[in-house]
Design a protein around this ligand. Structure first.
Ligand code: M6R
Length: 366
């Protein structure tokens, strides 16, 4: 079943181009978004949404955090993203005009299911889920749904489920933006073609694997690591840190790079590798000055830049460039090298990649 691969996680990382093209297959060749892709009754519900509340756990929560940047910038909708296990126990203020979006690979995560029930009890009736398992409990609970077609995910570390969730969330954002009159036909066409081109773009990023293997060797004996990102790449840094701690047992934390000087910079010395997600976007210049703060304290920097980022390697500053800059969806592409990094560090450390200690694939208890 593993074919040419050593582990399910590796296989699932490399399946991402196919997982994305299967998930996006229903787009066909259309140049316009179709609300019906989220369910027959989706159009009036999506049109009426005044804000979005995303509920999820773990990696799915990171997909939600990424989507918030898109929903606010492209669809102009206020969006909050909540860890499901916290939301269900908080006395929050509900607005019935909220679209509640639950995200889950398995559709069986107890906290996410309970958070959805809690939202419904508070009077929020418009709910939509994005899920990878069509016959799951979560899908049964939602009239509106989008099924990602990542295929079965066996490795405990979620990989292809995450990137297909991101693709679905981007499509949802374009759909909401259009219904709200915020998407020009030109931008609609561009957004859809960026989605369609993803399998090819992800395939090119996967070719970086040999370089990442070399980085992994340098990393493997470290005890701690910091991940930095800014804007929509901050949740990607969080996802990179989660992957690393989950399968390598290296303690990793993610920070929005601007927060460094408010505390975590005190941790940085030559034993603290710092991984930065640094595509060429509006925040790159700010990020570069954050990285200089790290270098000045002796921290070794591993930077995932892209073809356009004006940065050059120097002593203690290693750079890997992704082949193309991908605009709003660059968050999705920048996930791939972080998955590969965690995987290769785990190989060097000899941990159980597919079944990390203390964890279950599907968390069906509170
Ligand atoms: O099936 P779900 O997406 O609801 O699972 C949520 C989390 O348990 C899951 O993403 C977990 O964080 C992964 N092991 C991370 O790789």
């Amino acid at each position: 079943e593993l074919g040419q691969y050593r582990h399910y996680m590796q296989k699932e990382i490399f399946e991402q181009p196919a997982a994305l093209s299967n998930t996006l297959e229903m787009l066909g060749t259309t140049h316009s978004v179709q609300p019906g892709l989220f369910g027959a009754s989706a159009e009036p519900v999506l049109r009426a949404a005044r804000q979005v509340l995303i509920l999820a756990c773990g990696t799915s929560y990171h997909a939600g955090l990424t989507a918030r940047y898109w929903l606010e910038a492209i669809a102009g909708l206020p969006c909050s993203v909540e860890v499901a296990s916290e939301y269900r126990y908080r006395d929050s203020v509900a607005d019935p005009a909220t679209l509640v979006v639950t995200l889950s690979q398995s559709g069986e995560t107890a906290d996410t299911l309970a958070a959805l029930q809690h939202a419904k009890l508070l009077g929020m009736r418009h709910t939509l889920c994005i899920c990878n398992v069509p016959e799951s409990s979560l899908v049964r609970e939602n009239a509106l749904r989008f099924i990602t077609r990542a295929g079965p995910e066996i490795g405990v570390a979620s990989t292809k489920a995450f990137t297909t969730q991101l693709a679905a969330l981007y499509l949802l954002t374009l759909t909401l933006a259009k219904l709200r009159g915020r998407l020009t036909p030109a931008n609609e066409g561009k957004g859809l073609s960026a989605l369609r081109h993803l399998p090819v773009a992800v395939g090119k990023v996967l070719e970086l694997e040999p370089h990442i293997r070399v980085w992994a060797e340098r990393f493997a004996m470290k005890q701690n690591a910091l991940f930095l990102g800014r804007g929509r790449h901050y949740p990607i840094a969080m996802e990179g840190a989660l992957k690393l701690k989950e399968i390598t047992y290296i303690h990793a934390e993610a920070y929005p790079a601007g927060e460094l000087k408010h505390g975590p910079l005190a941790l940085v010395d030559q034993d603290m590798p710092v991984i930065a997600v640094a595509p060429n976007d509006a925040l790159l210049e700010k990020l570069k000055s954050n990285l200089q703060e790290v270098r000045a304290r002796g921290g070794e920097l591993f930077v995932f830049a892209d073809a356009d980022s004006e940065m050059s390697a120097s002593d203690g500053l290693h750079i890997l460039r992704l082949p193309e800059h991908y605009g709003q969806l660059s968050a999705l592409l920048h996930t791939i090298p972080l998955q590969l990094l965690a995987y290769h560090v785990a190989l060097v450390r000899g941990t159980d990649v597919d079944k990390p200690r203390n964890l279950a694939k599907s968390v069906t208890v509170e």
